[in-house]
Design a protein around this ligand. Structure first.
Ligand SMILES: C[S@@+](CC[C@H](N)C(=O)[O-])C[C@H]1O[C@@H](n2cnc3c(N)ncnc32)[C@H](O)[C@@H]1O
Length: 263
Protein backbone atom coordinates (compact mmCIF):
# COMPACT_ATOMS: atom_id res chain seq x y z
CA UNK A 1 0.00 0.00 0.00
CA UNK A 2 1.75 3.21 -1.12
CA UNK A 3 -0.33 5.48 1.16
CA UNK A 4 -0.61 5.53 4.97
CA UNK A 5 -3.37 8.14 4.82
CA UNK A 6 -6.77 7.18 6.33
CA UNK A 7 -9.42 8.77 4.13
CA UNK A 8 -13.04 9.18 5.26
CA UNK A 9 -14.50 11.10 2.34
CA UNK A 10 -13.91 14.45 0.72
CA UNK A 11 -16.38 16.41 2.88
CA UNK A 12 -14.82 15.16 6.11
CA UNK A 13 -11.39 16.03 4.75
CA UNK A 14 -12.46 19.56 3.86
CA UNK A 15 -13.85 20.15 7.37
CA UNK A 16 -10.82 18.86 9.26
CA UNK A 17 -7.83 19.62 7.04
CA UNK A 18 -8.80 21.09 3.65
CA UNK A 19 -9.75 24.35 5.34
CA UNK A 20 -6.17 24.62 6.64
CA UNK A 21 -4.31 23.24 3.63
CA UNK A 22 -5.96 26.03 1.61
CA UNK A 23 -4.43 28.50 4.02
CA UNK A 24 -1.00 26.85 3.90
CA UNK A 25 -1.01 26.78 0.08
CA UNK A 26 -0.33 30.54 -0.20
CA UNK A 27 2.89 30.77 1.85
CA UNK A 28 4.00 27.42 0.42
CA UNK A 29 3.69 28.69 -3.16
CA UNK A 30 5.49 31.92 -2.21
CA UNK A 31 8.36 29.76 -0.95
CA UNK A 32 8.23 27.33 -3.90
CA UNK A 33 9.19 29.63 -6.77
CA UNK A 34 6.37 28.70 -9.13
CA UNK A 35 7.47 29.22 -12.75
CA UNK A 36 5.87 32.15 -14.52
CA UNK A 37 4.66 29.82 -17.32
CA UNK A 38 4.68 26.17 -18.35
CA UNK A 39 3.25 23.01 -16.81
CA UNK A 40 3.15 21.98 -13.17
CA UNK A 41 2.15 18.96 -11.08
CA UNK A 42 0.36 18.84 -7.70
CA UNK A 43 1.58 15.46 -6.38
CA UNK A 44 -0.96 14.24 -3.79
CA UNK A 45 -3.59 16.85 -4.60
CA UNK A 46 -6.26 15.68 -2.13
CA UNK A 47 -9.40 17.73 -2.75
CA UNK A 48 -7.38 20.40 -4.57
CA UNK A 49 -6.29 23.14 -2.15
CA UNK A 50 -2.93 23.52 -3.87
CA UNK A 51 -4.19 22.80 -7.38
CA UNK A 52 -6.66 25.67 -7.14
CA UNK A 53 -3.98 27.98 -5.71
CA UNK A 54 -1.74 27.08 -8.67
CA UNK A 55 -4.63 27.87 -11.02
CA UNK A 56 -4.51 31.47 -9.75
CA UNK A 57 -1.29 31.82 -11.77
CA UNK A 58 -2.76 32.84 -15.14
CA UNK A 59 0.29 32.01 -17.28
CA UNK A 60 0.64 28.37 -16.28
CA UNK A 61 -0.48 26.38 -19.31
CA UNK A 62 -1.14 22.95 -17.76
CA UNK A 63 -1.84 21.89 -14.18
CA UNK A 64 -1.78 18.15 -13.46
CA UNK A 65 -3.23 16.95 -10.17
CA UNK A 66 -3.00 13.40 -8.90
CA UNK A 67 -3.82 11.57 -5.70
CA UNK A 68 -4.15 8.00 -4.46
CA UNK A 69 -7.74 8.57 -3.26
CA UNK A 70 -10.31 8.33 -6.06
CA UNK A 71 -12.89 10.23 -3.95
CA UNK A 72 -10.58 13.20 -3.54
CA UNK A 73 -9.77 13.31 -7.25
CA UNK A 74 -13.52 13.25 -8.01
CA UNK A 75 -14.16 16.07 -5.50
CA UNK A 76 -11.47 18.20 -7.13
CA UNK A 77 -12.97 17.61 -10.60
CA UNK A 78 -16.30 18.91 -9.24
CA UNK A 79 -14.66 22.02 -7.80
CA UNK A 80 -13.20 23.38 -11.04
CA UNK A 81 -13.95 23.93 -14.69
CA UNK A 82 -10.49 25.34 -15.43
CA UNK A 83 -9.50 23.63 -18.72
CA UNK A 84 -5.81 23.66 -17.70
CA UNK A 85 -6.48 21.28 -14.79
CA UNK A 86 -6.38 17.52 -15.32
CA UNK A 87 -6.98 15.39 -12.21
CA UNK A 88 -6.32 11.65 -12.02
CA UNK A 89 -5.69 8.83 -9.57
CA UNK A 90 -2.05 7.86 -9.15
CA UNK A 91 0.80 6.96 -6.83
CA UNK A 92 3.47 9.54 -6.01
CA UNK A 93 5.99 6.68 -5.76
CA UNK A 94 5.37 5.70 -9.40
CA UNK A 95 4.23 8.91 -11.09
CA UNK A 96 2.24 8.25 -14.27
CA UNK A 97 4.26 10.82 -16.28
CA UNK A 98 7.33 10.77 -18.50
CA UNK A 99 10.78 12.08 -17.62
CA UNK A 100 11.19 15.86 -17.70
CA UNK A 101 7.49 16.67 -18.35
CA UNK A 102 7.06 19.48 -15.80
CA UNK A 103 8.47 22.92 -15.02
CA UNK A 104 7.41 22.64 -11.37
CA UNK A 105 6.30 19.80 -9.05
CA UNK A 106 4.70 20.53 -5.67
CA UNK A 107 3.49 18.45 -2.80
CA UNK A 108 1.45 19.88 0.08
CA UNK A 109 1.07 17.77 3.26
CA UNK A 110 1.71 14.48 1.47
CA UNK A 111 5.21 13.12 2.06
CA UNK A 112 4.58 12.22 5.71
CA UNK A 113 1.75 9.91 4.54
CA UNK A 114 3.59 8.21 1.68
CA UNK A 115 4.92 4.75 2.54
CA UNK A 116 8.22 5.44 0.72
CA UNK A 117 8.80 9.21 0.74
CA UNK A 118 12.39 8.79 -0.59
CA UNK A 119 11.05 7.10 -3.72
CA UNK A 120 8.35 9.79 -4.02
CA UNK A 121 10.97 12.56 -3.98
CA UNK A 122 13.07 10.72 -6.60
CA UNK A 123 9.94 10.52 -8.75
CA UNK A 124 9.26 14.24 -8.27
CA UNK A 125 12.76 14.90 -9.60
CA UNK A 126 12.46 12.47 -12.52
CA UNK A 127 9.37 14.17 -13.98
CA UNK A 128 10.97 17.66 -13.80
CA UNK A 129 12.76 19.19 -16.76
CA UNK A 130 16.40 20.10 -15.99
CA UNK A 131 16.31 23.43 -14.16
CA UNK A 132 12.72 22.92 -12.95
CA UNK A 133 11.83 23.29 -9.28
CA UNK A 134 10.20 20.87 -6.84
CA UNK A 135 8.95 21.80 -3.38
CA UNK A 136 7.23 19.96 -0.55
CA UNK A 137 5.83 20.77 2.86
CA UNK A 138 4.63 18.69 5.83
CA UNK A 139 3.43 19.64 9.30
CA UNK A 140 6.39 19.76 11.67
CA UNK A 141 6.51 17.11 14.40
CA UNK A 142 4.41 18.58 17.19
CA UNK A 143 3.31 21.30 14.77
CA UNK A 144 -0.44 20.77 15.15
CA UNK A 145 -1.18 22.18 18.61
CA UNK A 146 -4.94 22.19 18.04
CA UNK A 147 -4.87 18.42 17.49
CA UNK A 148 -2.51 17.84 20.41
CA UNK A 149 -4.95 19.61 22.72
CA UNK A 150 -7.72 17.29 21.53
CA UNK A 151 -5.67 14.09 21.87
CA UNK A 152 -4.08 14.99 25.20
CA UNK A 153 -7.53 15.53 26.70
CA UNK A 154 -9.02 12.37 25.12
CA UNK A 155 -6.16 10.04 26.05
CA UNK A 156 -6.14 11.13 29.67
CA UNK A 157 -9.65 9.63 29.97
CA UNK A 158 -9.78 7.00 27.23
CA UNK A 159 -6.50 5.01 26.93
CA UNK A 160 -8.32 2.43 24.74
CA UNK A 161 -8.14 4.86 21.86
CA UNK A 162 -4.31 4.95 21.99
CA UNK A 163 -3.92 2.95 18.76
CA UNK A 164 -5.75 5.77 16.92
CA UNK A 165 -3.55 8.51 18.38
CA UNK A 166 -2.06 10.41 15.41
CA UNK A 167 0.65 12.11 17.48
CA UNK A 168 3.35 9.51 16.73
CA UNK A 169 6.21 10.94 14.71
CA UNK A 170 5.77 10.53 10.98
CA UNK A 171 8.60 10.40 8.44
CA UNK A 172 9.85 13.76 7.11
CA UNK A 173 8.46 15.72 10.09
CA UNK A 174 11.80 16.06 11.91
CA UNK A 175 14.23 18.95 11.59
CA UNK A 176 16.34 18.57 8.41
CA UNK A 177 14.67 15.37 7.09
CA UNK A 178 13.05 16.97 4.06
CA UNK A 179 16.29 18.73 3.17
CA UNK A 180 18.36 15.52 3.47
CA UNK A 181 15.82 13.64 1.33
CA UNK A 182 15.90 16.28 -1.42
CA UNK A 183 19.71 16.30 -1.36
CA UNK A 184 19.95 12.52 -1.54
CA UNK A 185 17.52 12.51 -4.51
CA UNK A 186 20.04 14.69 -6.39
CA UNK A 187 18.34 18.11 -6.21
CA UNK A 188 20.61 21.17 -6.43
CA UNK A 189 20.19 24.52 -4.63
CA UNK A 190 18.20 22.87 -1.84
CA UNK A 191 16.68 25.36 0.59
CA UNK A 192 14.40 24.74 3.55
CA UNK A 193 12.20 26.93 5.65
CA UNK A 194 9.47 27.02 8.26
CA UNK A 195 5.95 28.15 7.33
CA UNK A 196 3.39 29.21 9.92
CA UNK A 197 -0.36 29.50 9.60
CA UNK A 198 -3.02 30.34 12.13
CA UNK A 199 -5.71 27.69 12.66
CA UNK A 200 -8.60 29.69 14.06
CA UNK A 201 -11.93 28.31 15.24
CA UNK A 202 -15.09 30.37 15.73
CA UNK A 203 -16.08 28.52 18.93
CA UNK A 204 -15.91 25.09 20.56
CA UNK A 205 -18.45 23.51 18.21
CA UNK A 206 -16.44 24.61 15.18
CA UNK A 207 -13.43 22.88 16.75
CA UNK A 208 -15.15 19.76 18.08
CA UNK A 209 -17.51 18.57 15.36
CA UNK A 210 -14.99 18.13 12.53
CA UNK A 211 -12.68 16.23 14.90
CA UNK A 212 -15.40 13.82 15.92
CA UNK A 213 -17.45 13.41 12.77
CA UNK A 214 -14.91 14.09 10.06
CA UNK A 215 -11.67 12.57 8.87
CA UNK A 216 -9.74 9.87 10.68
CA UNK A 217 -10.44 6.72 12.60
CA UNK A 218 -11.55 8.41 15.82
CA UNK A 219 -15.08 9.16 14.61
CA UNK A 220 -16.28 5.55 14.39
CA UNK A 221 -14.65 4.69 17.73
CA UNK A 222 -16.39 7.66 19.32
CA UNK A 223 -19.77 6.74 17.79
CA UNK A 224 -19.47 3.28 19.36
CA UNK A 225 -19.17 4.65 22.94
CA UNK A 226 -22.16 5.00 25.29
CA UNK A 227 -23.68 8.51 25.31
CA UNK A 228 -22.51 9.26 28.87
CA UNK A 229 -18.90 8.47 27.92
CA UNK A 230 -19.15 10.63 24.78
CA UNK A 231 -20.43 13.53 26.90
CA UNK A 232 -17.56 13.05 29.35
CA UNK A 233 -14.94 13.13 26.57
CA UNK A 234 -16.57 16.17 24.94
CA UNK A 235 -16.60 18.01 28.30
CA UNK A 236 -12.90 17.26 28.86
CA UNK A 237 -11.94 18.57 25.42
CA UNK A 238 -14.26 21.55 25.92
CA UNK A 239 -12.53 22.46 29.19
CA UNK A 240 -9.14 22.29 27.46
CA UNK A 241 -10.41 24.41 24.55
CA UNK A 242 -12.01 27.04 26.79
CA UNK A 243 -9.12 27.28 29.23
CA UNK A 244 -11.14 29.09 31.92
CA UNK A 245 -12.59 31.63 29.51
CA UNK A 246 -16.02 31.87 27.86
CA UNK A 247 -16.73 30.07 24.58
CA UNK A 248 -15.61 31.90 21.46
CA UNK A 249 -12.76 32.10 18.99
CA UNK A 250 -9.43 30.39 19.65
CA UNK A 251 -6.39 30.37 17.36
CA UNK A 252 -3.42 28.02 17.18
CA UNK A 253 -0.17 29.02 15.46
CA UNK A 254 0.77 25.95 13.43
CA UNK A 255 4.14 25.18 11.90
CA UNK A 256 5.02 23.36 8.69
CA UNK A 257 8.46 22.48 7.33
CA UNK A 258 9.12 23.21 3.66
CA UNK A 259 11.87 22.37 1.18
CA UNK A 260 12.60 23.22 -2.44
CA UNK A 261 15.27 22.14 -4.89
CA UNK A 262 16.23 22.41 -8.55
CA UNK A 263 16.47 19.40 -10.89
C1 LIG B 1 -3.18 15.45 4.28
S1 LIG B 1 -3.68 15.02 2.68
C2 LIG B 1 -3.12 16.42 1.72
C3 LIG B 1 -3.95 16.61 0.47
C4 LIG B 1 -3.76 17.95 -0.23
N1 LIG B 1 -2.44 18.08 -0.80
C5 LIG B 1 -4.03 19.08 0.72
O1 LIG B 1 -3.06 19.71 1.16
O2 LIG B 1 -5.19 19.31 1.06
C6 LIG B 1 -2.55 13.76 2.22
C7 LIG B 1 -2.81 13.23 0.83
O3 LIG B 1 -1.74 12.40 0.41
C8 LIG B 1 -2.31 11.42 -0.43
N2 LIG B 1 -1.34 10.32 -0.59
C9 LIG B 1 -0.75 9.61 0.38
N3 LIG B 1 0.09 8.69 -0.17
C10 LIG B 1 0.00 8.84 -1.52
C11 LIG B 1 0.61 8.20 -2.64
N4 LIG B 1 1.49 7.20 -2.48
N5 LIG B 1 0.30 8.62 -3.87
C12 LIG B 1 -0.59 9.63 -4.06
N6 LIG B 1 -1.21 10.29 -3.04
C13 LIG B 1 -0.92 9.89 -1.79
C14 LIG B 1 -3.56 11.03 0.31
O4 LIG B 1 -4.46 10.31 -0.50
C15 LIG B 1 -4.08 12.40 0.74
O5 LIG B 1 -4.91 12.98 -0.22
Amino acid sequence: MPSNFVAKGADGYEATMGRWSKRLAAPFLDFSRVPSRGSVLDAGCGTGSLTLALAAHPDLTAIEAMDFEEDFVAALRKRTTDPRINAQKGDVCALPYGDGEFDGVYSLLVLHFVSDPYQAVREMRRVLRPGGTAAATVWAYGGLPSWRLFWDAILALEPKVADKDPRTKRPMTGEGELRATFESAGFADVADSVLTIHMDYANFDDYWYPMVYGQGTFGSFFDGLPQARRDQLRDAVRAAYLGDDSDGPRGFATVALAVRGTA
